[in-house]
Write a protein of this length. Structure first.
Length: 223
């Protein structure tokens, strides 16, 4: 009798163990299914949120995408400054007082997402020296130019630019017997690196070589 009861108890335990395992398996399966559904819902919401954010960023970039820019700058160490200082200072011993160049530049991009812009640069500079009076030279420069933005953001951009054109130099003196002289020469500007900062109104600094100068600083308006 006892042996039969032990066998029945073992069978009953096996049945309960199986039921417990089955219930546990169902519970785990339900938890897994629920978690999967939750993850799918959350991931879908995340994807939708990311899509909305990306669309908003694209919209902001489109709204802030400027296609035109107008700049005013002052430079130090222009080509005509260095040439005048070398020629008149070294060969004639005259004391020079150079000013400028002051330059105005305009660039246009065909699309707000384009990094390449096309435009022009106009500059003026001059110097005065002691020549038994108040003699002076004035230099007028015009150059077609291109500008490439290496990085573009809402508030800071890095760029380079290049320009090739001509400079018209005019020499004049105060004395009655002094003659005015003018000549035309080839000139250029190569900005190795420039950085601008701000929003529509921006400040900028540049490092390069040419008629705008070695060191350039100014203000820019984008529209």
């Amino acid at each position: 009798m006892e042996g039969g009861r032990r066998k029945d108890d073992k069978k009953q335990r096996k049945v309960w163990d199986f039921r417990l395992f089955y219930v546990l398996l169902q519970t785990v399966s339900k938890i897994f299914i629920i978690n999967s559904i939750i993850i799918m819902i959350i991931s879908k919401r995340i994807r939708m949120t990311l899509a909305v954010v990306m669309m908003a960023v694209a919209s902001v970039n489109a709204q802030n995408g400027y296609m035109n820019e107008l700049s005013v700058a002052y430079g130090f160490g222009s080509n005509t400054d260095l040439a005048s200082s070398f020629y008149k200072g070294v060969f004639t011993g005259k004391q020079l007082n150079y000013w400028g160049p002051i330059s105005v530049e305009y660039f246009h991009r065909l699309d707000s997402n384009d990094r390449l812009g096309f435009g022009a640069i106009a500059a003026i500079g001059g110097c005065k020296w002691d020549d038994d009076g108040d003699a002076k030279s004035t230099f007028y420069t015009f150059m077609p130019a291109i500008k490439y933005n290496w990085s573009v953001s809402e508030h800071v951009s890095w760029y380079s630019k290049a320009a090739i054109g001509v400079t018209i130099g005019s020499d004049s003196g105060v004395k009655k017997d002094s003659k005015s002289d003018s000549n035309t020469m080839f000139n250029w500007q190569a900005t190795i690196v420039g950085v601008e900062f701000g929003s529509a109104f921006r400040g900028f600094v540049e490092l390069g070589t040419g008629e705008q100068g070695i060191f350039i600083g100014g203000l820019r308006y984008k529209f």
